[in-house]
Design a protein. Structure first.
Length: 105
């Protein structure tokens, strides 16, 4: 029997790379940090969405290793006015329709 242990790595040295205040009173942030993968430091980018009125906040700390993909995703969140409780659904939709997530046959 093989047991696989999933490790959730929190990025270290996290900084705010971009912050946008939406017309729906929601703050959209792109964060940058590093994680240790197989003995090397790798840059990872995250997305967080915070509603000013309710204080609700959702975050995807390890969204992508590509800043361009993360910025495009964050901009689509702003454009669609996605609230914090819609972040995970929108991330799944993004993965479903993005060409980067299609596996080779």
């Amino acid at each position: 029997m093989i047991t696989i242990k999933k490790q959730k790595q929190k990025p270290e040295n996290t900084i705010i790379y971009m912050e946008v205040y939406g017309v729906n009173r929601v703050i959209y942030r792109v964060t940058a940090g590093t994680v240790n993968r197989r003995g090397t430091q790798a840059a990872v980018y995250g997305v967080s969405v915070e509603d000013i009125r309710t204080g609700r906040r959702e975050c995807l700390e390890n969204f992508s290793e590509d800043i361009e993909v993360t910025l495009k995703f964050a901009n689509s969140l702003v454009h669609k006015r996605i609230p914090p409780d819609g972040l995970y659904n929108e991330a799944l939709r993004h993965l479903r329709f993005s060409p980067e997530s299609i596996l080779p046959i």
